[in-house]
Design a binder for this molecule. Structure first.
Ligand code: MN
Length: 244
């Protein structure tokens, strides 16, 4: 689960033994991925602890509704982005233009098709049977995210050769436990007891491109960000929501 707060749009999750608590006015995105045998559901909602940002939350919710209503086999992908953009701008906010929804494959969280949050001229169309996660992000900031230095989430890219013994052990451990799905650094401490060695192993595996890292993504203008996400199957005439 990603628990991204306020200006963080995605990819935050607490570090091991974190003492963080929610603030009274935090805008909290809960983005939860689950799978059965590699078949993934990816869903998110935003909770406004301040009770002051209801419109911002509603903007991403209504944008998701509009996007889902426009999904059917043969729909232009750029048109779905246009629906998201129009809905969010209708509330006076900006969509985050460099974050997208995505198709889902077996053990593959980002399986190739991107569902934009703004209109574009992408001529590609949705195919019947494709599973997609649609995830509008709305902000009162800049409408673009940039990478923060903090990284808590990784995934296996490829079983590439590495020299360090602890790195080889970590590579095999992740392959056995998480395959190609994202994992939190926090989860590893159960079986890797030296933080120093673990961090060195992680560093080597990222450097060797065996692991991909997911830096925390924040709105570039430090605006507040809301997110709503559902996983749907593209059917002939409509989207079938898999979870709700
Ligand atoms: Mn997603």
């Amino acid at each position: 689960m990603n628990i991204s707060i306020n200006e963080a749009a995605a990819h935050f999750t607490p570090e091991n033994e974190s003492t963080l608590v929610f603030g009274e006015k935090d805008l909290v995105k809960l983005d939860v991925g689950v799978h059965i045998d590699g078949f993934i559901g990816d869903n998110a909602l935003t909770i406004d602890l301040s009770n002051e940002n209801g419109k911002l939350v509603e903007a991403s919710e209504k944008a998701l509704d509009a996007a889902i209503c426009s999904v059917h086999a043969g729909a232009k992908i750029g048109d779905i982005g246009a629906e998201v953009e129009a809905a969010i701008k209708g509330f006076g906010f900006k969509p985050i233009e460099n974050l997208t929804g995505h198709s889902l494959g077996e053990y593959d969280l980002h399986a190739g098709v991107e569902i934009p949050n703004v209109g574009n001229n992408d001529p590609n169309i949705l195919s019947e049977g494709t599973v997609i996660a649609i995830e509008p992000f709305a902000t009162n900031g800049q409408g673009r995210v940039s990478e923060a230095p903090e990284v808590e989430i990784f995934s296996l890219e490829g079983k590439l050769p590495v020299r360090m013994r602890e790195a080889r052990r970590l590579l095999n451990y992740v392959d056995e436990n998480y395959k190609t799905l994202p994992f939190a650094e926090r989860w590893l401490y159960k079986d890797f007891h030296s933080k120093l060695l673990l961090l060195a192993a992680l560093r080597e595996l990222v450097f060797a491109s065996a692991f991909r890292q997911y830096p925390v993504l924040k709105d570039a203008g430090n605006g507040l960000v809301s997110q709503t996400e559902l996983t749907v199957v593209v059917e002939k005439d409509a989207a079938r929501v898999l979870t709700k």
